[in-house]
Structure formats: C-alpha cells, structure tokens
Write a protein that binds this ligand. Structure first.
Ligand SMILES: Cc1ncc(COP(=O)(O)O)c(C=O)c1O
Length: 449
C-alpha cells in the first residue's frame, strides 16, 4: 500500500514522537485547523493530572484534555470496569435491555436535577444536543430554538447551527428554525449586562420571534470554550421563568460544565434551576469511552409512552461506555472529587486574583470550581485584548510556546487561556501549574502599554 511509508518503524517497535506526528499529520485531519498550522503533541501515556510523550517529556494536563478527563487519567477502577464489561458483553444492540444500562440510568436519575429521570444515550455531546432539540420539537409541536452567540454545542449539523461561535460559519446556512437570544457578556472591553437587561432583551426577542413558535431555548449555563462565562445572579432563574411563561422548554447543555467541573454535579445546581432537558457527555465517562446522554423530566419522558420517539443510534447505550460511566461516577463519589473541585476551586480563585494583581497583562479572570480562564489585554485602561476576536497574536503564540516548553498543557484561544485541571488535582500540583503561568505572563506583560 502506497500510504505505508518505508521509514515507518515496524509494528512491534514503538514509534518515536516525531514518527507519530508525521504519520498522523499525513494521514488524518486535525480538528478546526488548516493542517499546515497544526503542531500536535505526541502523547503515549497518562496518569492523574499528567501525560507523557513517547520520549518521556511530562506535561501537566491543565485542560483535562478537552475539559473532559475530570477524574484524571488512568484510573484503574474505570479501566477494570471497562475490561470486565468487555469480557462479558462488549455490545448489545439498543433494542436490548442490559444491566449496565439499567444501573447507569438509575444513578443518573439520582444525581441530575429535579425530576429528570429518563435518558437517551448517544456517542457524545453533539448528538445529545441533536436529540435534545428533536425531543423538544416532538414534545411541544413547535419548531424554533433559541441559542446564544457565545456558545458551542457540537460539530454536527444541528449542533453547529445552535453554536454561535465562529465554528458555525462554515456549516451555514445550517438547519432551519434557529434564532439567537442575547448574550449577557460582550467581550473584555464592553463587559456584562445586568440580569434585568439580559432578560428583558431575551423576552423582547421571544416576542418578536413569536413565543408560541418557540420549542426550546438552549444554553450552556456556564459557557465553556467561549469564555467561562458565569451568568449574573438571577439570570438562570429568570430564563427558567421566561420559559415557563411562554411554554418553552429549557435545555441545559452541561456537556462541559457538568460532572463536578464547577464544584456541583451540574452547573445549573448553583442556581437550583431544573431544566426540562439536560445534555451531557465528557465528564460522564471522563472520556475513558465515548458517551453522551440527554436527560428529560418525567412529563417529557411520559409523552413518549404513546408517541413514537424518533431517534436511534447503533451505539446508543453501548455497554462499554455505560460501564465506564458507572465506574466514573463511583470515582467522583468515592474520592469526593466534587468537593475537591470546590476546595481547589477556591484556591484557584485566589491564585487567579494574585495573577491579576501582579501582572498588568491580566485584564480579567473568571472561575467557578475548577473551570477557569484568564483574559489578557494590551492596556489595562482601554482593555484592548492581547489578540483580536477569533484571531491570535505573536504574544499569545509565544505564551502558548512557553507553556508547551515548560510542560504545561492548556488551551490558548484568542486573547485567553484556560485553567481546567482534572478534579483530582492537589494543592501542590495546582501551585506547580500556576508557577509556570506566573513566569509565562512576564512575556505578555512586556507587551502592555
Ligand atoms: C458545551 C458543549 N456542548 C457540546 C459539545 C460537543 O460535544 P462532543 O464533542 O462530544 O460532540 C461540547 C464540546 O466541546 C461542548 O463544550
């Protein structure tokens, strides 16, 4: 086969990092990037908050990979659960009922908010959202869905239309029926609306769209990749009240913010809001096996007693994934990881404040639990961002290179970088990571006028 190169090591030998990168770059596409621009880190193994290249360079995983390995890497309890399930029943089709599916659904009913107690399992977050909006449409008989600009809901057709950030652009025109509701945050220079302003503008849009045509509003209760945007007090409750007033379903996309990331099982729990539908993935299995789910309140599940649920996936309720999820949830509980996210989150809050007080390039920091971000600016007064919207700058690129050289892995995006470690992180590990960040910011400080 022409694609297998002569200089490739034989299968019995381990490849070097360079060989892995070269072949992956040549024969696979990397996400959301012009391929010439990608420079992936070769990764061979991982444990706890660390991962290693084949040559043994160690990285602190300060983004839990894609904000998903919440329990940390290589937890043997989860690995064993997957192995045991694989030995007994690696797959059953989704028309069958399995014990692991039964146990997981009971457990999820216990930890999800309010009377959410029925679940449809998917392969990931995008499919969870696709099914959430389809369920909302089937249940309500209405078709429009409101979503915000500063959001990401997944890479499939419907989920990308819901997505407001630039990843949507290439997928347009997208699916019909999606409209925008207002964001409460408008970037580092413009800041945030009050709860009252954001809700009043949302209600105006609902009236203009025709509230009776709106099936659902979907939000990330705490926005993830678009900036760790924590809603002002009363916003989530106000959105719930608006939905109730107009008979609109509220969908909480908890794919990134769920499973302890914010210091609660789900981020909506901070505001004691019960959404009608909740989508989840990532931390559900800590990404040991791919799994997503959409959970629904009892009256919505009841609707499908007599009405056909039009939805299906070959890997729905995959036993290996269900086993991974059950074992992962047990780890959150056994190791009190949600409590740890709260405690370490308080420490991280202090460390972020400290960075802001000492580094002129730090324009803002936001965090809730172990979900954090730093926004960099060129000027503290004008608050001009260190890189433009949807762009980069030499300073941000240099910062990313510094983190990489120093063995700190995290997302550097536009004028921001993220602080999202696994929830098992210790105080010493958190301080170790912040010491690297502290040194890195010396270079961005030099760009401040
Ligand atoms: C909030 C949110 N929703 C949905 C998704 C899509 O999940 P997946 O990539 O598993 O399809 C993501 C992924 O980052 C996400 O952050």
């Amino acid at each position: 086969m022409a694609s297998i190169t002569e200089n490739t090591t034989s299968e019995s030998e381990q490849m070097t990092g360079d060989e892995i990168v070269e072949l992956c770059r040549r024969h696979t596409l990397f996400e959301w990037s012009a391929q010439a621009a990608v420079d992936p880190i070769p990764v061979a193994r991982a444990k706890g908050i660390y991962f290693w290249t084949p040559e043994g360079k160690r990285f602190i995983d300060f983004n839990s990979q894609l904000m998903c390995v919440n329990i940390g890497h290589g937890d043997e309890r989860v690995v064993r659960a997957i192995q045991e399930q694989a030995a007994v029943l690696p797959y059953a089709n989704p028309f069958m009922a399995t014990e692991v599916r039964a146990r997981l659904s009971v457990k999820l009913a216990e930890i999800t908010p309010g009377d959410i107690d029925a679940f449809f399992f998917t392969n990931g977050g995008a499919e969870a959202n696709e099914n959430a909006i389809r369920i909302a449409r089937m249940f309500s008989g209405r078709h429009k869905i409101g979503a915000r600009y500063r959001s990401y809901h997944g890479g499939t057709a419907g989920a990308l239309t819901l997505t407001g950030d630039p990843r949507r652009w290439a997928a347009e025109p997208g699916i019909p029926g999606v409209f925008r509701i207002p964001d409460f945050y408008h970037g580092i220079q413009k800041g945030s609306d009050t709860t009252e302003e954001a809700l009043a503008r949302t209600e105006e849009i609902l009236e203009l769209e025709g509230a009776k045509t709106v099936a659902a509003i979907i939000v990330e209760p705490v926005v993830g990749t678009n900036g760790i945007l924590i809603p002002p007090d009363g916003y989530m409750q106000g959105l719930r009240a608006l939905c109730d007033k107009y008979g609109i379903l509220l969908i909480a996309d908890e794919v990134m913010a769920g499973f302890g990331r914010t210091g609660k099982w789900f981020s909506v729990d901070h505001w004691k809001v019960v959404p009608d539908l909740i989508s989840m993935a990532k931390g559900l299995t800590s990404a040991y096996v791919q799994l997503g789910a959409v959970g629904m309140r009892r009256h919505i599940a009841d609707h499908f007693e007599k009405n056909v649920f039009y939805g299906g996936l070959t890997y729905n309720s995959h036993p290996l994934a269900c086993a991974a999820a059950l074992a992962t949830i047990a780890v959150y509980e056994e190791d009190s990881l949600i409590e740890n996210a709260r405690r370490m989150g308080e420490l991280m809050r202090g460390l972020l404040d400290d960075l802001q007080s000492r580094h002129p390039s730090v324009g803002a920091t936001r965090s809730i639990g172990l979900f954090g971000i730093v926004e960099l600016v060129r000027n503290r007064e004008t608050r001009e961002p260190m890189a433009p919207f949807n762009g980069s700058s030499p300073e941000m690129q240099a910062l990313g290179k510094f983190f990489r050289a120093e063995g700190l892995y995290t997302f550097v995006r536009w004028n921001t970088f993220f602080t999202n470690p696994p929830l098992c992180i210790t105080e010493a590990e958190l301080r170790e990571a912040f010491a690297i960040i502290d040194r890195g910011l010396e270079s961005t400080d030099r760009a401040v006028s």
